[in-house]
Design a binder for this molecule. Structure first.
Ligand code: CDP
Ligand code: MG
Length: 879
């Protein structure tokens, strides 16, 4: 029982800190802990070492005297004065008990793997440990920055903010960089970024010489970029090591820290092409409270959106306080569910919180006159507030609602075996319902970290972004639909599809774990244990096996990794997939016949976009087309900005094989528009409903407008909408009026600027002045634009099947007209969202992507044998 010795500096600092900052009572508790040494030592013994690094040896056997001899490590120390509240919260995090062990292991090993439950403090604390130990400090042995990669943008942003806040540093010192946004500066010490950002940095600085340590976070997710990064940094590690020996310290060795929420790290440790010595694995024992798991008795009796709704109602009405986290698969379901819940348990207007329940019931009653009555009463009484003045009994609200819900309960598995049921007579608390998915703006996503308004219960409805990257405070109940929406990719044909599948056992357990962070919790699985046992795979397939990889292959070639097949992938991709990627790069002239990168290819690798887009940018400098090509590329890279109402008639066959979401389809459509304007609160009255009806009507008109009077290309529809958006001053108002997603448009706007800069840097001769408010293209330019796009999609030209059979083309719509393409023997069809859908089928089309639902659809299509257009002035597109 040898207690861990604390560094004397640290001890002194802590003593001072305690004296100065903490209140007396807190001081006593802390001093007690310190005097027993338990705070620093006890828990360390519970951490296990797996693997065979030197870490185990670093467990010191030193005297108990905390003031004694010099500390072995931690020679450099950067003092930080944290807010006492923060310091208190940190000390509760399991990882903080392991600080010294972690730092010693890092000091003695080039690579360390840290495994710890989500919420144990990996992401927020490890960078701080490094910072305090002098990493990133110009006067230390490790002056390079601390870099942390995240698979998700919102995590990079929120974590950098959190760490800056905890350390009391500015957002320049602790900064983030994501594709569209950065706060980095020369002052940056800690930099959070998406893994894609770091991958791209490699092509200009292969040694990552700006960094002294790279933390690769969320490695368990096995994202494509994360996997590639791990492979690359394992090589950089060796290089930096060799160089630092040769150059006697001019180049410092690099440290790699891989962080994972699960212990399944054998792909990293047992892969001897990756690391010479298997890295030590530090397991952080998290204080995970018990989570009771409740399975449904039956699976798939209702759709899981309805099922989740009922379960949340039950929890909210019957179980003690504590946040609810619901996992759904995507935006539509989340919006539908949020809407239903907001309607059922309306939110308190924050300024009149004690009246909230009464006021909040307006939706339930749908009697606007009565409501007006309440409002008047409230306003009149607002000066001398007295709760009793407006009693809910007056309006008979609770009773009827209770009845509704009880009816639902009868038909529902009632597996809530919670003892402390609330009094049935109690009125319902408002529920603070927040959606969380990646299409929401970052600020909206970050709301989940703020405490819910007083007197409400938090309910977050999320995709699997809440599974491990973000820990939402105060969650006690998890409702898990058990599904995940995954991009599937056919390595042979390049056909992509989004399918909703059962998630893995590992991720279902992660989801359940979210309920046990702050105390014992409950996880309600909306599927049966038989389904879980028999149909859930153990783990999710690494993304590299599910994604097109031409961008990655080009990146690697530009880093002089010529034989990509020999790269130390944690999980190697399929050989067919690699060959296909190389073939495409050859079509695009990025590689020569021997698979070596060409000058064009090197240039292409500089652009933060897919290879086919970078090709378009490079050849886009004719006839003054570059501004248009930049715009189209930016828009295609960011994603579809159009709110999906333009498929009203045809979306049924798109969703055909997605039976489970069918029932809620109508509500979803309504919600897609709602979400944008009602970002938090659902308070519809009749006038509002009418306003929306008119909006929907206008929606069609606007979309027709975007397509142009004589539409022949989805690419031009995109160009039109971006042109009109910029003309209107790039405002959110434009987006709202034109039924496009504000976040997508804003990102397109930013990426346009970014790509313009990159073209300027990489193609110095090019005339790349891009007026944000460019005019519409001339007809000559339109012709050129089509040719340039075709060059980028050279392998994605489709021929009308009838042309091959010599059938006359007498059709008036492309509906049901089959096309043939190079990559598959299957017939493919023009997607109903295309502007070409209702036109005479062209003989040749170029398509942007294939998607499989009930059929294989071509999306983003244009007619190759016909040019002219349409747009005379962007003004036409502004409403
Ligand atoms: O990375 P890991 O999942 O191990 O944990 P973390 O993200 O570092 O979170 C540690 C703790 O900080 C959790 O309890 C979070 O709820 C909290 N946190 C927070 O309160 N606000 C943030 N913006 C980020 C984290
Ligand atoms: Mg984390």
């Amino acid at each position: 029982n040898v207690p861990k010795k604390m560094s004397s500096k640290k001890k002194k600092r802590l003593d001072n800190y305690i004296k100065k900052k903490l209140k007396k009572e807190e001081r006593v508790v802390l001093l007690e802990k310190l005097s027993k040494s338990s705070f620093w030592s006890e828990d360390m013994k519970s951490s296990k070492h797996i693997g065979q690094g030197a870490a185990a040896k670093t467990l010191p056997e030193k005297s108990q005297d905390a003031n004694g001899s010099k500390p072995k490590k931690m020679a450099f120390y950067v003092p930080v004065s944290r807010d006492p509240e923060i310091q208190k919260a940190r000390m509760e995090l399991p990882i903080c008990r392991e600080e010294q062990l972690i730092m010693e292991t890092i000091n003695e090993n080039p690579t360390v793997i840290i495994c710890g439950e989500t919420g144990s403090g990996k992401t927020t604390q490890v960078p701080q440990f490094l910072y305090e130990a002098g990493y990133g400090n110009p006067n230390s042995d490790n002056p390079g920055m601390i870099g942390i990669t995240q698979p998700r943008r919102v995590a990079a942003v929120s974590m950098s903010k959190r760490v800056a806040y905890e350390l009391g540093l500015t957002d320049e010192e602790v900064s983030y960089q994501i594709r569209y946004d950065t706060t980095t500066s020369p002052k940056t010490v800690i930099k959070f970024m998406t893994d894609g950002v770091l991958l791209r940095e490699l092509s200009s600085d292969f040694l990552l010489s700006k960094y002294s340590v790279i933390i690769i976070d969320e490695a368990h997710e096995r994202n494509l970029n994360t996997d590639i990064l791990i492979g690359v940094v394992s090589r950089i590690l060796r290089l930096r090591d060799e160089l630092s020996q040769e150059q006697k310290g001019k180049i410092k060795p690099l440290k790699i820290i891989i962080m994972s929420a699960t212990l399944r790290v054998s792909d990293f440790t047992e892969n001897n092409t990756l690391f010479k010595i298997p890295p030590p694995v530090l397991k952080i024992e998290a204080r995970q409270y018990e989570v009771n798991i409740h399975f449904s008795r039956r699976t798939a009796q209702y759709d899981y959106v309805t099922k989740a709704y009922k379960k949340v109602c039950q929890i909210h009405r019957k179980l003690p306080s504590g946040g609810i986290l619901v996992f759904q698969t995507g935006q539509n379901e989340i919006s539908t569910l949020c809407k239903k819940l907001r309607k059922r348990f309306p939110l308190t207007p924050p300024t009149k919180s004690r009246y909230s329940n009464e006021l909040g019931q307006e939706e339930e009653m749908s009697l606007s006159e009565t409501l007006e009555g309440i409002r008047e009463k409230l306003t009149a009484k607002n000066a001398d507030v007295e709760v009793e003045e407006v009693s809910i009994g007056d309006f008979d609200i609770t009773e009827s609602n209770d009845q509704d819900i009880e009816d639902e309960f009868d038909t529902f598995d009632s597996d809530l075996d919670e003892p402390s049921e609330k009094d049935e007579e109690d009125e319902d608390l408002p529920l603070y319902v927040l959606p969380l998915y990646s299409l929401l703006s970052t600020e909206v996503q970050l709301r989940v970290f703020q405490p819910p308004p007083q007197g409400t219960r938090l309910c977050v409805v999320a995709t699997n972004v809440a599974e491990t990257s973000l820990t939402i405070p105060g969650i006690k109940y998890v409702v898990d639909c058990g599904k995940v929406k995954e991009r599937q990719y056919d390595v042979n044909t390049g056909v992509q599809s989004y399918t909703i599948n059962w998630t893995s056992k590992a991720s279902a357990d992660q989801r359940a774990g979210r309920a046990g962070r702050t105390g014992p919790g409950h996880c309600y699985r909306l599927y049966s244990s038989a389904v879980f046992n028999d149909q859930f795979p153990q783990f999710t397939l690494p993304e590299i096996l599910r994604m097109p990889i031409e961008g990655v292959v080009l990146q690697m070639k530009s880093m002089n990794i010529d034989i990509v097949a020999n790269f130390p992938f944690p999980t190697p991709p399929d050989r067919v997939q690699l060959r296909r990627a190389e073939k495409l790069l050859q079509y695009l002239s990025a590689l020569d016949d021997n698979g070596r990168i060409t000058d064009l290819g090197k240039l292409m690798a500089q652009f933060p976009v897919q290879p086919r887009f970078s090709k378009m940018l490079i050849i886009g400098q004719q006839h003054g087309c570059l501004p248009y090509i930049i715009t189209i590329v930016a828009a295609l890279s960011v994603g579809d900005p159009f709110i999906r109402e333009d498929n009203l008639d045809s979306s049924k066959d798109l969703e055909e094989n997605d039976k489970e979401t069918d029932e809620v389809e109508d509500k979803m459509r309504e919600m897609e528009i709602d979400e944008q304007e009602l970002a938090g609160i659902d308070n519809l009255d009749i006038a509002e409903k009418e306003r929306r009806r008119l909006r929907r009507k206008k929606f069609y008109e606007v979309h027709m407008k975007h397509a142009g009077r004589d539409p022949s290309s989805d690419f031009l529809k995109l160009l039109n909408v971006v042109g009109a958006y910029e003309y209107a001053g790039a405002t959110d108002k434009f987006c709202e009026e034109n039924f496009v997603r504000a976040k997508t448009m804003y990102e397109t706007h930013k990426l346009r600027g970014q790509i313009t800069n990159i073209v300027q840097v990489n193609c110095p001769g090019a005339n790349v002045y891009v007026d944000p408010k460019m005019g519409p293209p001339s007809s000559l330019q339109l012709k050129a634009i089509r040719q340039i796009i075709t060059a980028g999609f050279i392998d994605q030209v489709a021929i009308r099947k009838g042309l091959l059979d010599k059938t006359a083309n007498t059709y008036s719509s492309t509906r049901g007209i089959a096309y043939r393409i190079m990559l598959t023997d299957e017939d493919v069809y023009i997607h109903p969202s295309s502007v070409l859908y209702h036109q005479k089928p062209p003989d040749f089309v170029v398509y942007q992507e294939l998607q499989r639902t009930s059929k294989v659809w071509m999306k983003g299509v244009f007619n190759e044998d016909r040019a002219e257009l349409v747009v005379k002035d962007w003004k036409e597109f502004i409403c």
